[in-house]
Design a protein around this ligand. Structure first.
Ligand code: AMP
Length: 453
């Protein structure tokens, strides 16, 4: 594993006069001492490129549209300047007055991750009150949390709108609205919910939008909701996966795939692995099989009660689980730096989910391994992924488990001689037509959905 090196990743190092006391690189961005202390005690020594650019702009009060890859440090890029507002204003909220910072995320898992990040970045602010409002859990505790004094609210749009429409929550004091993974929220059909939520906040608010892509529907949403936003663009997923070693193993049939998986999981260099399946049923089946084989394993998918999902993620984070078998619902929300391997046992339904899946490894500057298992009949799906990422996935074999069918020739299943060039959003893999909510949604690109995820 390599250490995170923001400088190598292109971070701008502010000029510091070595004759005077060293200035923290976070303080040089304009951050308040208490927040600098919090990030430094989280172990960060240098801001990432997205933090270097976005934090000063956000502190200036500008609306921002930021394209940044998964794992780039974007959460701190929007939370730190937002928390700074609260530090500077130094006013404690009254009970029931609603949040001053509102963060919308597409999935429950991401909401929980952002809430945890808020605890980390706000750890020196003893007065800070953060709550999370997500679907799939009982209303009681969430209602109590939004009635109490509240600084930051992290929410998925569906549940938040329920509370808003039921008159349970006021958004009239929101100063900063953050749309995290805006492209994903739009893909999941949240456009009207987001518009209704934004309309309930003051128009003088600051809006910070983070998204893998800033084009198409995201640009239209921004035009609706933002005032003269600044665009900050960082390396796209295509440029940003060099630290993840990707390989592809062709399998003759499912039994062959199971044998390949057994062999891969026997690798002692695996700290923790996520094995992705295409359906909930497969996740359950595979997790049971792996458990019977002696692995410390659990399943995670959108059909499970939220309490079980949360316990499973805690087990993963605390290292009690070595293998998680998950559907794409887990792809965007998991930030566990010790995940060394991602194995695609079932291919993702949308090509861009491939990028989010493999982004679960190689977090925070580490390296990672992503292995994809595909049956020969799935060559078109593989080519669609390769066009989307603009990279060929190198084919590998395991001794004694080589496929008996001839390896698929390069170029099969797609017109032309190489990956298509062009912006990520222009590729077929970015298209979705599913519109389900709170992470249980199933965007479809390759085919109609045959099972639930
Ligand atoms: P994010 O893109 O916000 O999900 O962050 C990805 C990972 O990078 C998380 O584990 C963060 O804790 C970590 N991280 C964020 N900022 C920094 C930084 N400046 N230095 C080191 N790690 C960071």
């Amino acid at each position: 594993m390599t250490e995170f090196d923001p400088a190598a990743a292109g971070a701008v190092t502010p000029a510091v006069d070595s004759a005077v006391a060293p200035v923290s690189l976070f303080a040089a961005l304009g951050l308040h001492e208490s927040l600098v202390q919090a990030v430094e005690s989280a172990g960060y020594t240098q801001p990432t490129p997205v933090q270097t650019k976005a934090i000063p702009e956000a502190l200036s009060g500008a609306d921002l549209m930021v394209s940044s890859a998964t794992g780039s440090g974007k959460t701190a890029a929007f939370l730190l300047p937002s928390l700074q507002r609260l530090v500077v204003a130094n006013v404690r909220p009254a009970a029931g007055s609603g949040p001053r910072i509102l963060v919308l995320t597409p999935t429950r898992e991401l909401s929980m991750q952002v809430t945890r990040a808020c605890d980390t970045y706000g750890r020196t602010l003893r007065w800070l009150r953060t709550a999370s409002v997500v679907g799939g859990v009982p209303y009681g505790a969430q209602l109590r949390a939004v009635r109490a004094p509240l600084d930051v609210l992290v929410a998925t749009p569906g549940r938040l709108l329920d509370l808003l429409n039921g008159g349970r929550l006021s958004l009239s004091n929101v100063e900063v609205l953050v749309l995290d993974e805006a492209d994903r929220m739009l893909d999941m059909g949240f456009i009207e919910d987001i518009q209704a939520i934004a309309a309930a906040t003051p128009s003088a608010r600051q809006t910070l939008l983070f998204s893998a892509t800033l084009d198409g529907t995201v640009a239209r949403l921004a035009a609706d909701l933002m005032r003269d936003p600044k665009r900050l663009e960082f390396a796209s997923h295509r440029d940003n996966q060099e630290h993840i070693t990707q390989t592809l193993h062709w399998a003759d049939h499912r039994t062959h795939k199971d044998r390949l998986l057994d062999r891969l999981l026997a690798d002692p260099t695996i700290d923790q692995a996520i094995v992705f399946t295409s359906t909930q049923r497969d996740a359950e089946r595979l997790s049971e099989k792996l458990e019977a084989d002696g692995h410390s394993v659990a399943a995670l998918h959108g059909g499970m009660p939220q309490g079980v999902r949360t316990r499973t993620l805690t087990g993963l984070r605390q290292g009690r689980l070595r293998v998680l078998v998950a559907t794409d619902v887990a792809a965007r929300g998991i930030d566990v730096p010790t995940i060394s391997h991602v194995i695609n046992y079932g291919l993702p339904i949308a090509a861009e989910d491939y990028v989010h899946r493999i982004g679960r490894t190689g977090r925070a500057g580490r390296t990672g391994i992503a292995v994809t298992l595909a049956e020969h009949g799935e060559i078109r799906k593989i080519r669609t992924i390769e066009r989307f990422t603009d990279q060929r996935i190198p084919v590998a074999t395991i001794e004694g488990l080589e496929p008996t069918q001839r390896a698929a020739p390069h170029g099969a299943g797609r017109p032309g001689n190489g990956p298509r060039r062009g912006p990520p959003g222009a590729h077929g893999g970015a298209r979705f037509d599913g519109a389900r909510r709170d992470g249980a949604g199933a965007p479809r690109t390759f085919q109609r959905k045959t099972g639930t995820r």
